[in-house]
Design a protein around this ligand. Structure first.
Ligand code: NAD
Length: 247
């Protein structure tokens, strides 16, 4: 087991990629804390993780865009387990529109959850990790944060910001033996991408050399690597997982 008894917080862990990450980490011995705005789905996921993997798993209703919620998250996890070993900043949303038509609210909401949310949770968890002199932080960026995309000015800016935040966090926290890396997935088969129509899907597949969407488990395996001792000498990196879409 690569993560025996490690305490791992996964934001947006109730479904999709986050849920696959929670399952993968629990499969390697970690106790996953499933953090999500959707408490019913988070409770469900935590329950299934407990019965499926035999690990301890708790669910927490947290809105990552709230600094107070992020502080409460770190406190409750530390009160229960005494430590935070792994933080996966995975919660994210899209509110697509062309730049000139994008409403202020769509810009603000996406930046608040996708970028400020990563800052809030990193700040809260890092204080605990610094006391431990150890920790692994994995931030979910996106290939869109590197190459941009029509209709996703807010999302692309948020994910580009996550990449810059990852590098700064890695530089600041390295003195406390905390690794911070980002993952930039291409198109992964989840609710987020199931919103695409058939035409968009076919156009997309034409851009992917491996000719298929990724699965949440593909991303989860990479998170496992970045959350484990196997990646101890890697920090501040952005690792693409996109079927070769952006080279
Ligand atoms: N699916 C893809 O193709 C793809 C590609 C690149 C990057 N990503 C990124 O991966 C991450 C997960 O995406 P997914 O496809 O699994 O999405 P999803 O919509 O299936 O799941 C996202 C989860 O985040 C939760 N969430 C939303 N707002 C929240 C908030 N304010 N606080 C806490 N939790 C919140 C949702 O309730 C949900 O459970 C996101 O950051 C997304 O941007 C996804």
């Amino acid at each position: 087991m690569k993560l025996e008894n490690k305490v791992a917080i996964i934001t947006g862990g109730a479904r999709g990629i986050g849920r696959a990450i929670a399952e993968m980490l629990a499969g390697e011995g970690a106790n996953p804390v499933v953090v999500d705005v959707d408490i019913n789905e988070a409770e469900n996921t935590a329950k299934e993780l407990r019965s499926g993997t035999g690990r301890d798993s708790m669910a927490m209703q947290i809105d990552v865009s709230s600094a107070a919620d992020a502080e409460r998250m770190a406190k409750e996890v530390t009160d229960k387990y005494g430590r935070i070993d792994i933080l996966v900043n995975n919660a994210g949303i899209t509110r697509d529109a062309l730049l000139v038509r994008m409403k202020e609210d769509a810009w603000d909401k996406v930046l608040a959850i996708n970028l400020k949310g990563v800052f809030n949770c990193t700040q809260a968890a890092a204080k605990v990790m610094m006391k431990q002199h150890s920790g692994k932080i994995v931030n979910m960026a996106s290939i869109i944060g590197i190459i941009g995309n029509v209709g996703q000015a807010n999302y692309a800016a948020s994910k580009g910001g996550v990449i810059a935040l990852t590098k700064t966090s890695a530089k600041e926290l390295s003195a406390w033996n905390i690794n911070v890396n980002a993952i930039a997935p291409g198109f992964i088969d989840t609710k987020m991408t199931q919103a695409l129509d058939e035409k968009q899907r076919q156009e997309l597949l034409g851009l992917i050399p491996l000719k298929k969407l990724g699965m949440p488990q593909d991303v989860a395996r990479l998170v496992l690597f970045l959350a484990s001792g196997d990646s101890d000498y890697i920090t501040g990196q952005v690792i693409r997982i996109d079927g070769g879409m952006a080279m």
